[in-house]
Design a protein around this ligand. Structure first.
Ligand SMILES: [Zn+2]
Ligand SMILES: [Zn+2]
Length: 180
């Protein structure tokens, strides 16, 4: 398959032919329909993330169609799915108490395992994925797995925002020299 691979930090991703992913016993292989570009990808791309090294394939907010399913997979070939960026095990104490974002065995594609800047991605723990509605475009759906859920949690839980209230969003900008 083709994939966008980091060969050198701060440089263009290298479009290469790499091995197709092997289907996990407890998961699926998705044909990627769309993948978002996240700020976390930037940190990996510039070499600031310890799990991103030359040879890595980024991409952790994505959706696609199942093309292979392992014997313990929840989903089947042909299913159109959206993925969260954290693939939680579903069995550890954190998962058992509803905080799967703190899963002890979590896998985050792009950070230690190949991500979705590729034609296909292997996904263990596919119980984390949900069906992609026919009414939603893949490009829109891809953002649900990271940026939307992050903002949703910040607004509804951390800020406890209620209907009718106003909120001010403050952002910071990082000035980076792209001329190197
Ligand atoms: Zn992200
Ligand atoms: Zn877990």
């Amino acid at each position: 398959m083709r994939a966008a691979v980091i060969r050198d930090f701060y440089r263009d991703l290298s479009i290469e032919t790499v091995n197709n992913p092997i289907c996990p016993e407890n998961g699926v292989v998705l044909e990627v329909a769309a993948c978002g570009v996240c700020r976390s990808d930037f940190h990996g791309w510039v070499g600031e993330h310890p799990k991103v090294t030359p040879g890595s394939i980024l991409g952790h907010e994505y959706c696609g169609t199942v093309v292979a399913a392992g014997p313990q997979a929840k989903h089947k070939p042909g299913d159109r799915l959206i993925a969260p960026f954290i693939l939680a095990c579903g069995a550890c104490p954190h998962c058992a108490t509803g905080v799967s974002n703190a899963c002890e065995n979590a896998i985050v594609p792009g950070f230690g395992t190949p991500g979705a800047y590729a034609e296909y991605i292997a996904i263990p723990f596919d119980h984390n994925l949900v069906h992609l509605p026919e009414t939603m475009t893949p490009a829109l759906a891809a953002g649900l797995g990271c940026r939307v859920t992050t903002a949703w949690h910040a607004l509804t839980d951390r800020a406890n925002l209620r209907a009718g209230e106003w909120v001010a969003v403050h952002g910071t900008a990082v000035i980076t020299d792209f001329t190197c």
